[in-house]
Write a protein that binds this ligand. Structure first.
Ligand SMILES: Nc1ncnc2c1ncn2[C@@H]1O[C@H](COP(=O)(O)OP(=O)(O)OP(=O)(O)O)[C@@H](O)[C@H]1O
Ligand SMILES: [Mg+2]
Length: 227
């Protein structure tokens, strides 16, 4: 089942000079997919995830989510879509600084007027070994704990699409492995997972690999992987 599809997407940033990290980006994500987006720093990987996360407007091309044209959605419809169906692990761990970890998760849960589910929050804190850190503010957590907190928040709505931007950063090997296993598990329950990574070892765990070059996406083949 197709979850979302980018076709010939162009994204320009105009800051004095125009930068176009996406020129002709095409990608389909199906249920069960675990796809990587690879490529050097500054090439446009995070930009791609922001477009897919409906957080960034693009200049040309089409983006559909479950067959619906995202460009035709109102801000409220996009907000509902993000709250209900998209889980984001941002590259910079952007928890709300004035809320404790537990409050951050409850806040994410209540977006869109939903009820808090304390058991689900506890379950996720437990999964990422953060139960004893629930009352800590983000600045009181270590970098790795904040990264794990992002993973917990990302799963709060059992998302259909997971956008994970360098999700193994700040983590030791054991936790990085757990995060990759979590992403695999989510894909096997039917989510689509898109992971940006610079780490070939973790990239090889995905079932499809792509790289971004000159604003377009290409499959990683044995030949390109060796470069
Ligand atoms: N809001 C913005 N305004 C202007 N330019 C931006 C903006 N966001 C990103 N850029 C530029 O777009 C390009 C792509 O940035 P992006 O963050 O998507 O790269 P990336 O591939 O994720 O890099 P990294 O691996 O370092 O995270 C960069 O040259 C960056 O400076
Ligand atoms: Mg990035």
């Amino acid at each position: 089942m197709e979850i979302c599809k980018l076709e010939h997407i162009r994204k320009d940033y105009i800051m004095g000079e125009t930068v176009s990290p996406l020129k002709d980006a095409t990608l389909t994500v199906n249920s069960g997919d675990f796809v990587t987006v690879e490529g050097p720093s500054g090439i446009g990987k995070s930009t791609l995830l922001y477009v897919m996360g409906t957080m960034l407007q693009w200049e040309a091309g089409t983006y559909t989510f479950e067959g619906r044209d995202v460009a035709a959605m109102t801000d409220n419809e996009k907000s509902d879509l993000r709250a209900e169906k998209i889980g984001f692990m941002f590259q910079d761990t952007n928890l709300i600084q004035a809320l404790t970890l537990r409050e951050n998760l409850i806040f994410a849960q209540q977006v869109g007027g939903k009820k808090a589910d304390k058991d689900k929050v506890d379950e996720l804190l437990m999964e990422f070994d953060l139960l004893d850190r629930g009352d800590f503010f983000p600045h009181q957590l270590s970098g790795g704990q904040r990264r794990r907190a992002m993973a917990a928040r990302c799963l709060i709505h059992n998302p259909l699409l997971i956008l994970a931007d360098e999700p193994t950063n700040d983590l030791d090997g054991i936790w990085a492995e757990k995060i990759i296993q979590m992403l695999k598990r989510e894909a096997s329950r039917g989510a689509g997972v898109v992971m940006v990574t610079h780490n070939t070892h973790w990239a090889k765990q995905a079932n499809r690999r792509c790289y971004l070059e000159d604003g377009a996406l290409f499959p990683v083949t044995e030949e390109t992987a060796a470069l």
